[in-house]
Design a binder for this molecule. Structure first.
Ligand SMILES: [Zn+2]
Length: 319
């Protein structure tokens, strides 16, 4: 709960909380003007807190005095409701109407984050993750293994189970990393999107981007200073899960190789999870990159191989 998006969501919460309180205050004033007795009652009710403190600190007959005070307060409240209704107002008219009655739009219940805040932060994070429209259409629920057959189905089913288990148990601690290899159109992007979405829903910060765009971001920092180095590091090195698409499709030069190495190495060293998709085979990746990259990729990433025919083509044929 530390990035800019979260701060924006909390700012929105604070605004809607203040708006709900201001609206209730306005309804209260309206009622006071129409039924002055209710204003007197509210004054009396406000002294209750002081009375409770006085009883508690006196230490004498605390239970009995508390019970008596409670009964008195209940009677006053009932009278207030009766007057409100008699004047033609609906029950609870002057109550504050929070959007979330659980946390009163504060986003917290005690020190725990309320579900409503968690949902809003996840939605904002999804918008910010780079996943875009992919997240709307690709989930574990709509991943269809029936497009695969034979050995291909077994390997993809294994990848499906492994990644689903990883996503559903993601807890931000020391994490595994995955390398998904295989020709395009076999479901790598679908499954890594499903992981990203699940992990975002669990409240973690996920960044999703293609390798060439990531390299562009680092280039831009070097030449045009669009993003500061700290922002880049925060995005690509520090997020809880980084999903890199299309490794091996980038224009290769010393800068791009260093960039790929830095990302892989920094994240492995800090125990942060990374999922890398590549349309190249393991052998092609070994030829494409230097040993210092492939030794980390194949030594420390969990490799999941995707086989079979292009299922996008199959889906189109089945329409
Ligand atoms: Zn809430």
């Amino acid at each position: 709960m530390r990035n800019r998006k979260t701060a924006e969501v909390l700012e929105r919460f604070s605004k809607k909380r203040l708006a709900a309180e201001a609206a209730a205050e306005a309804r209260c004033l309206e009622v006071y003007a129409a039924v002055p007795e209710i204003k007197e009652i509210d004054k009396k009710l406000r002294t209750t807190a002081v009375n409770i403190l006085a009883i508690a600190s006196s230490g004498v007959d605390v239970d009995e005095k508390m019970a008596a005070l409670r009964a008195e307060t209940d009677a006053i409240r009932a009278e207030r409701e009766r007057l409100l209704e008699a004047a033609g107002y609906p029950a609870g008219y002057t109550d504050i109407k929070y959007e979330c009655p659980v946390c009163g739009d504060t986003g917290y219940v005690g020190t725990k984050v309320c579900d409503c805040l968690r949902r809003e932060v996840a939605a904002a994070a999804l918008e910010d993750s780079g996943l875009g429209s992919l997240a709307k259409t690709q989930s574990f629920d709509n991943f269809d293994l029936s497009y695969y057959s034979g050995e291909a189905r077994e390997t993809v089913a294994h990848a499906f189970r492994t990644l689903k288990d990883f996503a559903e148990n993601f807890d931000g601690g020391e994490q595994k990393s995955f390398l998904l290899v295989g020709a395009s159109g076999l479901g790598k992007t679908h499954l890594s999107t499903a992981v990203a979405k699940t992990v975002i829903d669990r409240g973690y910060r996920v960044v999703y981007n293609t390798i060439d765009r990531i390299i562009d971001d680092f280039q831009a920092e070097r030449f045009r200073d669009l993003m500061t180095y700290d922002e880049l590091a925060d995005t690509y090195f520090d997020c809880d899960l980084l999903v890199v698409d299309d490794l091996g499709c980038e224009m290769q030069n010393q800068f791009s190789v260093n960039c790929v190495y830095n990302i892989i190495n920094t994240r492995l060293n800090s125990g942060k999870a990374t999922i890398i998709n590549s349309n190249l085979t393991s052998e092609e990746l070994r030829r494409f990159y230097y040993d210092r990259i492939t030794s980390r990729l194949f030594g420390e990433f969990h490799v999941l191989v995707f086989k079979g025919e292009d299922i996008r083509r199959k889906k189109l044929q089945n329409r």
